[in-house]
Design a protein around this ligand. Structure first.
Ligand code: ADP
Ligand code: ADP
Length: 218
């Protein structure tokens, strides 16, 4: 369970994230909808400690991210900025991440299988297509077998097969009881994946509702 309370981020006199309070619950896909520039990425970066809030807090299972002893075992994220070391193979990229986070190295082959990259595991990731890079990012998020997974605009730029694969993966992870939080600027995409919807605009919370209710009211 993720809990945001009054989460705020200011850049100079611009308020990118404005007093956001909501919860993200386990066992379902929660969509995070808002137009480009609404503050979704900034919010997600603060959720995994890559950015410091100006105000408010994020709690992961009751704790601040910085107090999680082994964060990748609690929460895994696919954020666009999370680039891999291009000169390393997919396998070695994940191996380094496993070793520096005390994750059993046997997980590396498991997650490469899960994302369908086992056949190219020894290839340098800089030669990867966008879709393969996305799969590698997802593999890194899954590495610690976390209960919480966050995906920032995961289907952007992917072909229909890749989009279909990511949607199914998120649903499967949710059906295993995990907490899935996924952002998009497209309502059409959210309608196909999310069970619950958080809508923001200009950093502010606009709606926090089940998908069924949202569709009925709009
Ligand atoms: P979204 O992910 O919904 O597209 P972002 O979180 O990327 O939105 O951005 C929210 C707002 O914060 C935008 O107006 C953006 O320009 C601004 N912003 C994001 N990061 C920075 C930064 N490092 N410095 C200044 N402004 C930023
Ligand atoms: P950098 O390569 O920019 O130094 P790190 O890999 O050290 O970044 O990660 C910075 C922070 O983000 C760390 O606290 C780390 O635990 C967290 N982090 C990195 N990758 C992920 C991920 N896939 N999911 C969740 N948190 C991550």
């Amino acid at each position: 369970m993720i809990e945001l309370e009054g989460l705020t981020k200011r850049y100079g006199d611009k308020t990118a994230v404005d007093q956001l309070s909501f919860q993200v619950r386990p066992g379902m896909v929660t969509g995070f909808l808002g137009p480009n520039g609404a503050g979704k990425s900034t919010t997600m970066r603060m959720m995994i400690g890559l950015d410091n809030p100006t105000g408010g807090s994020v709690r992961i299972d009751g704790k601040h991210y910085r107090d999680l002893a082994e964060p990748l075992k609690y929460i895994g994220a696919l954020l666009d900025a999370k680039a891999m070391h291009g000169g390393r193979s997919a396998y070695n990229n994940l191996l380094c991440l496993a070793q520096s986070n005390r994750i059993p190295t046997s997980r590396v082959s498991e997650v490469l299988d899960t994302v369908g990259l086992a056949p190219v595991a020894k290839k340098k990731s800089k030669g990867f297509s966008l879709g393969m890079g996305q799969r590698l990012g997802i593999a890194s998020a899954l590495l610690g077998n976390p209960e919480i997974l966050m995906f920032d605009e995961p289907v952007n730029g992917l072909d229909p097969e890749g989009i279909h694969w990511i949607r199914n993966l998120m649903k499967r992870l949710a059906s295993e009881g995990r907490t899935i939080f996924v952002s998009s600027h497209l309502m059409s995409e959210m309608a196909l994946t999310a069970d619950h919807l958080i809508v923001i605009g200009q950093g502010k919370l606009l709606a926090d509702t089940s998908m069924a209710d949202f569709i009925q009211q709009n």
